[in-house]
Design a protein around this ligand. Structure first.
Ligand SMILES: Cc1ncc(COP(=O)(O)O)c(C=O)c1O
Length: 370
């Protein structure tokens, strides 16, 4: 099996078809290796500003964009701590492992948290959203755009207006879709839209980003015990100077700036979204040709990660291992879905021909094992 050991000289040579962390292109690795000035310097502020302005374009928003030294879970917790008062109810829609995680964050922070779930593989439809919201008054609603465990993409364009009509603030976890699937923050009136960068941004892990609406900042002023490290108000104050309150991972922010420049000015947003759509379609066609069923309900399949049912009763660890021998990594199912499903990530900088090459080898492996 390839790359089971740490390789000090070369690093990993595997081609990652994972739902994050993903393959990082050479040009980004070179950006990360460049020297930087300090986080209170003018060059840093200029770079930070480029990053936050780039994020606004990516998210189709005029809302302020913030940079966090954490993974996405840090911002998920920040949303709970900054936006939910202890005397209010928060609603967590869950369609899989990461929805469950957000609900667990609500509970562990002592907030009055209600979970509305569906069977894994299904999505939150407008009807489900409407019914859930009619049961009680919620101050903040939390939902995934792309649920990475099940490979389901919620119809966020249709569900967001329903949530906003209820008067609640809306937080969207777009961790495994931001920069791969379009989300128009201002059009949908999303209060916080968040992601970490080790997925569709194709950067190494350690940084997370989000947009925050004025309404969300106003609410934050009235929420007590927000903590210090992830306080939206402190982050906003420093963001006005194009800085962060504490020392950020500066090389990462250089990488983010470079990637946003590439996404917006070289590849182009629409082309990037189309490429991800093609990657999703191609993977689904491949699965169908092999008589492998998709795990998600039809019509809600993600274009960044495909969760595929183990309809051929394959030894999934063996499939993963044999593919590793060929220099590629895909992953087993998540949590309860281990061995019942496997997942192919097709996000970030993966091109159609890269996917086709990997799928050809995977087909041979599956044909041998089935
Ligand atoms: C949809 C979703 N939300 C949240 C997370 C947590 O992200 P992180 O590991 O960056 O904290 C993940 C990670 O895979 C995810 O896919």
């Amino acid at each position: 099996m390839k790359e089971v050991h740490f390789n000090k000289e070369k690093g990993s040579e595997l081609k990652l078809f994972t739902p994050g962390p993903v393959y990082v292109p050479e040009r980004v690795l070179k950006e990360l290796a460049k020297p930087n000035d300090t986080h209170r310097s003018k060059p840093y502020s200029e770079m930070h500003q480029k990053a936050t302005e780039g994020l606004q374009k990516l998210l189709y928003t005029n809302n302020e964009c913030l940079i966090f030294t954490s993974s996405a879970t840090g911002i998920m917790e920040a949303c709970v701590r900054n936006l939910v008062r202890n005397d209010e109810k928060a609603l967590f829609f869950s369609i899989g492992a990461f929805g469950d995680r957000w609900y667990a964050i609500g509970i562990s922070n002592g907030k009055i948290s209600v979970k509305e779930g569906v069977e894994w593989g299904k999505a939150i439809t407008p009807e489900i959203a409407q019914e859930a919201l009619s049961k009680d008054k919620y101050s903040v609603v939390f939902i995934q755009a792309n649920e990475t465990s099940t490979g389901v993409y919620n119809p966020i364009d249709k569900v967001a207006p329903i949530i906003k009509d209820s008067g609640a603030l809306l937080c969207v976890d777009a961790t495994s879709s931001m920069a791969g699937i379009k989300v128009e923050v201002d059009k949908l009136n999303i209060d916080v839209c968040l992601a970490s960068v080790q997925k569709c941004f194709a950067l190494p892990p350690g940084l997370a980003v989000c947009s925050v609406s004025d309404a969300a900042f106003d609410k934050t002023e009235n929420v007590k015990n927000r903590g210090l490290y992830f306080d939206f108000i402190e982050l906003k104050k420093r963001n006005a100077k194009h800085q962060t309150p504490t020392t950020p991972p500066i090389p990462q922010i250089r990488g983010l700036t470079a990637q946003l420049d590439f996404i917006l000015n070289e590849e182009g947003l629409e082309k990037r979204f189309e490429r991800h759509e093609q990657l999703g379609k191609q993977t689904r066609k491949w699965a169908n040709d092999l008589n492998l069923e998709m795990f998600p309900e039809k019509g809600y399949e993600s274009n960044t990660v495909s969760t595929i049912k183990n309809s051929l009763n394959l030894d999934i660890p063996e499939v993963v291992s044999m593919l590793l021998d060929e220099g590629y990594r895909i992953v087993n199912g998540y949590g309860n879905l281990v061995n019942k499903t496997f997942r192919i990530g097709h996000m970030g900088e993966i091109q159609l021909k890269d996917l086709e090459e990997m799928l050809e080898i995977l087909t041979e492996i599956i044909n041998k094992l089935k």
